[in-house]
Design a protein around this ligand. Sequence first.
Ligand code: OGA
Ligand code: MN
Length: 314
Amino acid sequence: MANVRASTPDAHLPASAAEGSGRAAIGVFSISDAVGAEVRGVDLREELDAATIEVIHRAWLDHGVILFRDQHLSAGDLVRFSRCFGELDLGPTMAWQAADQEFPEIFIISNVMENGHPIGFLGNQEADWHTDMSHTAIPPKASTLYALEVPADGSGHTGFMNMYKVYEVLPSPLRSRLEGLHMKHDPAHTLQGELRDGFTAESFEDLEAAEGPVHPLVRTHPESGRKALYLGRERNGVYRAARILGMARAESDRLLDELWCVVRQEQYAWYHTWRVGDYVMWDNRCVMHRRESFSADLRRVMHRTQIRDNVAPA
Ligand code: OGA
Ligand code: MN
């Protein structure tokens, strides 16, 4: 079994080698009071043994977000490591991209333009608090991001929020009101408000009539058994991207406003400042994330994978 050290942010890696491996021991170090841990002592290019994968898996479940620094991953390494935790989704391809990419599992998240086209998604704008793919029936359990290029001025932070804690801090009368409630999520628009393929402008005007996946507002994490608030997304406070079933629209909006107000206090959030070679993996079932905007003149290139879950939120 790999040697897991106590978590303090400024602790140093153990100097001794892990039992039998001859390599530095893996260490897990909490990064903030809210969420997140740094995992040190692993080179993700290597073939990792089952005990090491288990330590990483445990750290991810316990901390919601894990960070590995100073990695040197090829696209193949990224796909291979991500696959240790489950099957991967295929990334969306842009119409102008070659369909025969070597690693179709990789999503490019970037503002960089080549030949007049963006090479990836999300541009340089803010991406407001969200969980990935809440507009699908079975959203991925994890998303992972590997930083290839980051803005030279250190901007373009990614925030992560612990939704177990957000749920637990709600006043208990509010928590009781959420019991058994379900929401229909808007499948028609992206976070940036663009229409997804196959949807028309009208397709989600009426949140009641439109088809969309229904998820509980409070979900029980299938591995930890803990409850987390599951909001999906709201588009920068402008547009309601979900509606609570069995409630009049105004009542649903009021309740969602109350919950988003707690989210926007960012009491349980931590922001990551990226360096090239950082690799971050988050638990999409109990963590929301947000990306700050950055200057359009700076380059940011991330490779992302998405690890499938095998159960719908419940
Ligand atoms: C994502 C995402 C944030 C970022 O890839 O799902 O929200 O920091 N990215 O690029
Ligand atoms: Mn996202």
